[in-house]
Each structure stands twice: as structure tokens, then as C-alpha cells.
Design a protein around this ligand. Structure first.
Ligand SMILES: [Zn+2]
Length: 148
């Protein structure tokens, strides 16, 4: 790797980290523009969920209660179990999915963060969230495991 390639690699990694930090900040401070919010500020006429059209599109609806996203979280759980990051006996809850409490498994916290960003990108692009696409999305952010 040349010096220029290394610098480009570092800049690219920094941009990805910055994007994650900004996304998590906006999520925690409820600054992601859901249809509910966009309707309140008169930028949209309909506050219904982009995907299911059955409920008001709030953050908790998008990231947890939406019937369209529920299969994704089930697939995500199995994916995490298969990677040895999550016990099969743990039930996913909104509190766990939104990772409002960080725990000892930082890699799992990271995967939940990427999953939330993935769902948000699906929402903004109006694409259906599939675990296969999540794996590809994750590969842009994930680093190889180390045995230290
Ligand atoms: Zn929905």
C-alpha cells in the first residue's frame, strides 16, 4: 500500500466512523426525520409508516414495532447467534435492539449500531430490509476479528 493509498484508506475509515457517530447522535436525540416529524413541519402530507402503512412512523415504530422490520430483527438475531455474539435464549426487546444500555460485548453493540443504520438507510431508500443485504452493508464497516 502506497502512502497515498494509506491516506485514502484512513480518510475513508474516518468518514465511515463520522457517519456512524452522527447517525447515533441523531437517533439518541430524536433528530432523524420520520414521517411523523416531517408531517408536523409540513414537509409531508402523510405520517404513515413508509413500509407497512399501518401506523404512524415514529422512531420506535421504525426500529422496533413495524411489522416489516420485525422479520429483519429475527434474522439479525439468528445471524448474531450463528456468529457466537448472542445467546439463542435471549429475547430481543426494544431496549436491547436500541442498545440504550451498553454492555461488555462492544462488537455486539457495534453490530446493533450498524443494523440500526442499515434500517435507516433502507427507510431513506425505500428498500426492503433483508439480512443478506445487511451482511454486505456491514462489510463496509466491519474489521477482521483479532484473537487478543
Ligand atoms: Zn411500519
Amino acid at each position: 500500500m502506497t502512502g497515498t493509498q494509506f491516506t485514502d484508506h484512513l480518510l475513508c475509515a474516518q468518514l465511515k466512523i463520522s457517519k456512524l457517530i452522527v447517525f447515533q447522535f441523531k437517533l439518541l436525540h430524536r433528530r432523524l426525520a420520520t414521517n411523523s416529524f416531517l408531517t408536523k413541519i409540513n414537509l409531508k402530507d402523510n405520517e404513515q409508516c413508509t413500509f407497512c402503512q399501518n401506523d404512524t412512523e415514529t422512531l420506535i415504530h421504525l426500529f422496533w414495532t413495524c411489522s416489516v422490520f420485525t422479520p429483519f430483527w429475527q434474522d439479525f438475531k439468528q445471524w448474531a447467534v450463528n456468529r457466537g455474539e448472542l445467546s439463542n435464549t435471549i429475547n430481543l426487546t426494544a431496549y436491547l435492539v436500541l442498545r440504550l444500555n451498553l454492555n461488555k460485548n462492544k462488537r455486539l453493540d457495534f453490530y446493533f449500531l450498524i443494523a440500526r443504520l442499515f434500517l435507516w438507510v433502507c427507510k431513506t431508500r425505500n428498500t426492503f430490509p433483508k439480512i443478506e443485504n445487511f451482511s454486505l452493508f456491514l462489510s463496509h464497516y466491519d474489521t477482521p476479528r483479532t484473537n487478543t
